[in-house]
Each structure stands twice: as structure tokens, then as C-alpha cells.
Design a protein around this ligand. Structure first.
Ligand SMILES: NC(=O)c1ccc[n+]([C@@H]2O[C@H](COP(=O)([O-])OP(=O)(O)OC[C@H]3O[C@@H](n4cnc5c(N)ncnc54)[C@H](OP(=O)(O)O)[C@@H]3O)[C@@H](O)[C@H]2O)c1
Length: 271
């Protein structure tokens, strides 16, 4: 599906680098099929040296050569980036944006009519190829455009297709989620220290426990409640811990956190 196509990155920052790495490691494309631009010269040099990917200074040069364009600049730089690529965008190109909170309509208004736009909300663990992304199809994007985006984001983690209106919820859950999990891990580690473990040991055990539990869930395909029941034996230690968590309202608090972040994402998107 990506055969014979050139993928051009507008903005070669953290996210673009993660995607370049993922695409090359998964052997979905060769370095010759990739092209990137960035306004910072040192960034261009890094990408070129680390991955053998051609880099240029101007977005319009990437747009002219690539058939899949990935907009990976900060939301506040989108206006300028779109201006640079607009003259080269036609109905043969796929435009994928990862700019948080930037609606498809905002992008469409700045590109020629009927541009094939796909909007993606990735998250930070894409940097270690364990991301979770929501993908939404614009009005004129084709089924193949969606498959292309799914393949690209599957190279840096897991990707699901949702309607654009649900990207705020994706932002509240998986976009902001890594921060909730970091806090959870920190709290577990603090608790370990309180119970007498060293900080290093407590941190390692806490992080590995979260990773392992997530892996078990994804690999087994079982319901989390079923797995929870499996590790909570009658009258045992785990059920005592679970009782304390329920008393503290962890479940409700997490639901409120996702709701608050989703609401905030909606609010920011209206600006
Ligand atoms: N990082 C995450 O966890 C995450 C999660 C979800 C969504 N996203 C989205 O992903 C996008 C990229 O994030 P990032 O963390 O990779 O940002 P980043 O590291 O700042 O990368 C953006 C790069 O593009 C450069 N740039 C700015 N304007 C440009 C232009 N007109 N033409 C070419 N290059 C330009 C920037 O240079 P300057 O630094 O000089 O501006 C920077 O090097 C953002 O829109 C963000 O909302 C990120």
C-alpha cells in the first residue's frame, strides 16, 4: 500500500522522528521513500545522519515531491505550514495531520477544494513505538487514505479509527493518559517506599507491573475485570488492596479525569 509512495514530513520534531524510526524499523518503507523538512538546520542534519532520510528546509519542496504529507508541526505553526504546502496539494495526495486540537475543517479551509485529509491524535509513547492513536477520516479522504494512516500509526503502536467528533475523547483518554499513568506509577512507587522498599526498586516494580498488566490484557483479549478477579484470591492480599482503592474512589476519579480532559480539548478546539 505504501509501495512507490513518498512520505513527506512537514516538521521533523519528536513525533516525526518517532514515525520515521517506526516506519523504517517495521520495514514499511525504505529511507529513500521518506523526505522531511524542518526550519531548524540542526534538526535536519540529525534526521539525515540518523536515518539516511533526505531533508530540506522548505515545506513546499516536500509537498511537491511527496504523495503522502504528514503535518507534524505544533498547532500554532499549522497556519504557516499549510500555506507552504497548499499550492502543491491536489487530489492525488493524502494529507495526514497530527496537530492536536486542529480540526479537519481548519486544514480544509487552507488547502485546495476536496483535499484528502486524515486527522490523527497520537500520544507520547509513540516515541518508544508503543503509542495509541485515534484516526479520523476527512470528507474527501478515501478508504485507502485511511488504510495508509492506519499502517503508518501501527508502526509506532496501536491505532483505531474513530469519527472526528470522538477525537476529543481520544485526547482525554490516550492523549492525556500517559500523564495519568505516570502519576499512578509514581504513587505506587511512593507507597513502596513507605513500606520500606528503596526508591529505585519501588519505581522499577511499579512501572513493570503497569507494563505487564497492560500486556496481559492486550495479549489475552480478556475483560480487565476477569483478569482482576483471577489475581484476587478469597481473603487474600489483593482484595484488601482493591477494597482500599474502591474506598478511595479511584474508578470515579479516573472517569472524571478523562471527562475533564475531553471537555478541555473541546474547549480548546473551539478557539
Ligand atoms: N509529542 C506528543 O506527545 C504529541 C501527542 C499528540 C499530538 N502531538 C502533535 O504532534 C505535533 C508535533 O509534536 P512534536 O512533539 O513532534 O513537536 P516538535 O518536536 O516541536 O516538532 C515540530 C518541529 O517542526 C518545526 N517547524 C515549525 N514550523 C515549521 C514549518 N512551518 N515548516 C517546517 N518545520 C516547522 C519545529 O521547529 P521549532 O521548534 O523552531 O518551532 C519543530 O522542530 C504537534 O502538533 C502536537 O500537537 C504530539
Amino acid at each position: 500500500m505504501l509501495q512507490g509512495r513518498t512520505i513527506g514530513f512537514i516538521g521533523a520534531g519528536n513525533m516525526a522522528e518517532a514515525m520515521i524510526r517506526g516506519l523504517l524499523e517495521a520495514k514499511l518503507v525504505t529511507a529513500e521513500q521518506l523526505l522531511a523538512c524542518d526550519i531548524i538546520e540542526a534538526r535536519r542534519r540529525d534526521i539525515d545522519q540518523r536515518y539516511g532520510v533526505r531533508t530540506v528546509a522548505e515545506g513546499r519542496d516536500v509537498a511537491a515531491k511527496a504523495s503522502i504529507l504528514i503535518l507534524a508541526v505544533k498547532p500554532q505553526d499549522m497556519e504557516v505550514a499549510l500555506k507552504a504546502i497548499a499550492p502543491s496539494v491536489d487530489q492525488a495526495k493524502t494529507v495526514i495531520s497530527i496537530a492536536a486540537g486542529t480540526p479537519i475543517a481548519f486544514i480544509a479551509e487552507r488547502l485546495p477544494a476536496k483535499a484528502r485529509i486524515v486527522r490523527v491524535m497520537p500520544n507520547a509513547p509513540a516515541l518508544v513505538l508503543a503509542g495509541a492513536a485515534g484516526i479520523a477520516r476527512g470528507e474527501h479522504a478515501t478508504a485507502e487514505d485511511l488504510q495508509v494512516a492506519e499502517a503508518i500509526f501501527a508502526a509506532v503502536g496501536k491505532a483505531v479509527v474513530v469519527e472526528e467528533k470522538h477525537l476529543d475523547a481520544v485526547t482525554g483518554l490516550s492523549g492525556s493518559g500517559p500523564a495519568y499513568v505516570f502519576l499512578f506509577i509514581e504513587a505506587l512507587a511512593d507507597a513502596g517506599v513507605k513500606m520500606g522498599l528503596t526508591r529505585e526498586v519501588a519505581k522499577l516494580l511499579a512501572a513493570q507491573t503497569v507494563l505487564g498488566a497492560a500486556k496481559m490484557l492486550l495479549e489475552s483479549g480478556r475483560h480487565p475485570a476477569e483478569l482482576k478477579d483471577m489475581v484476587a484470591s478469597p481473603g487474600g492480599t489483593t482484595i484488601a488492596g482493591l477494597h482500599a482503592l474502591e474506598r478511595g474512589g479511584l474508578r470515579g476519579t479516573l472517569m472524571e479525569a478523562v471527562e475533564a480532559a475531553t471537555d478541555r480539548s473541546r474547549e480548546l478546539g473551539k478557539r
